[in-house]
Design a protein around this ligand. Structure first.
Ligand SMILES: Cc1cc2nc3c(=O)[nH]c(=O)nc-3n(C[C@H](O)[C@H](O)[C@H](O)COP(=O)(O)OP(=O)(O)OC[C@H]3O[C@@H](n4cnc5c(N)ncnc54)[C@H](O)[C@@H]3O)c2cc1C
Length: 288
């Protein structure tokens, strides 16, 4: 199951990063337990990678076991849906629409269901996030399986309990959602409208989406724009002209380029900005 020296850039939407010392795809709960045991034995961090649409890795070797969840079963019981977290979120939204179940407010968010639960992905600070639908979440952490109710998940804007805590980050394995019912045609119309809006306002190639969290109710792009940084470039990374909170890989971008831009934005913008993207260092720790 464990592979060695696997390139990571191609597994992220921004296409930045080096090589995982160890890599594994996890298809069942036994795989999860085995991966955890391996990481303990090798004394390396266990890093879960979903769709890689909010993550960049350092260049060179990441001294960690990077795992990807490959389980994506979906069990529907009326409007309660249990989904394994390797499921691709855009595909899931479309499949649910065909069953008259409405997840359309999450249209345009790339990546896996697991990544969305981890970071409570969704619309902006005043919009709808995935926690709206969550009933409970099953995770494996520090050798134990646990199921948390929605309240226990401590969701808030781009936050959940899974982002914090001692030891290895948890593997979020499945989530049960309660979805509203609406006619398929109405849901699909909304999906199309939201996709068109995204295409008009956001770049979609070699980016990891929003880099910074909103500050209070103010979107980060407004603050970055006001600081005159729209279009600013360091090496192969540019602050997108189309959306000033999106970083683009416009060439052979390096991890240092991406961090360079983040540091410059943090220094230049007066308001304290929190980094939403995951910057993974060579020892597996987070840069921000
Ligand atoms: C064009 C574009 C538009 C975007 N628009 C939005 C938006 O509107 N709203 C929004 O919130 N985000 C947006 N994003 C960011 C991104 O899509 C979300 O953050 C998404 O939820 C990340 O999912 P992922 O599976 O790709 O996560 P990854 O980037 O793979 O991982 C992100 C974090 O989640 C953790 N993680 C992933 N899966 C699991 C799991 N099963 N168990 C434990 N931890 C896990 C990882 O360890 C990592 O820390 C956008 C990105 C792009 C490229």
């Amino acid at each position: 199951m464990i592979q060695e020296l696997i390139p990571l850039a191609g597994k992220t939407t921004m296409r930045i990063g080096g090589t995982a010392r160890y890599f594994a795809e996890l298809t069942n709960t036994e795989d999860v337990e085995a991966a955890y045991g391996f990481a303990q034995q090798e004394r390396v961090p266990l890093i879960v990678l979903g769709g890689g649409s909010n993550t960049v890795f350092a260049d060179d070797i990441i001294e960690a076991l990077v795992v990807r969840i490959k389980a994506e079963n979906v069990y529907v019981d009326k409007n309660l849906v249990q989904v394994e977290t390797g499921k691709n979120l855009p595909m899931f939204i479309n499949e649910m629409a065909k069953q008259n179940l409405d997840l359309s407010p999450l249209t345009g968010i790339l990546g896996s269901v697991g990544g969305a639960v981890f970071g409570n992905a969704g619309q902006g600070p005043a919009g709808i996030w995935i926690d709206t639908y969550v009933r409970n979440v099953t995770v494996f952490r520090e050798g134990t399986w646990e199921t948390f109710t929605k309240d226990q998940c401590d969701f808030s804007y781009r936050e959940s309990r899974f982002k914090h805590g001692p030891g290895h980050a948890p593997v979020i394995w499945d989530v049960t959602l309660e979805l509203p019912t609406r006619p398929q045609a109405d849901i699909e119309t909304d999906i199309q409208t939201l996709l068109m809006k995204r295409i008009e306002t956001q770049p979609h190639v070699k980016t990891a989406g929003s880099c910074f969290k909103a500050v209070g109710g103010t979107p980060a792009w407004k603050l970055i724009d006001a600081a005159g940084l729209r279009g600013h470039t360091i090496g192969g990374v540019q602050i997108a002209e189309k959306h000033a909170n999106f970083l683009l890989n416009i060439g052979e971008a390096t991890y240092a380029d991406a961090k360079g831009i983040v540091d410059e934005v943090k220094k230049t913008v007066k308001e304290p900005l929190d980094v939403e993207m995951r910057f993974i260092e060579n020892d597996g720790s987070l840069a921000y």
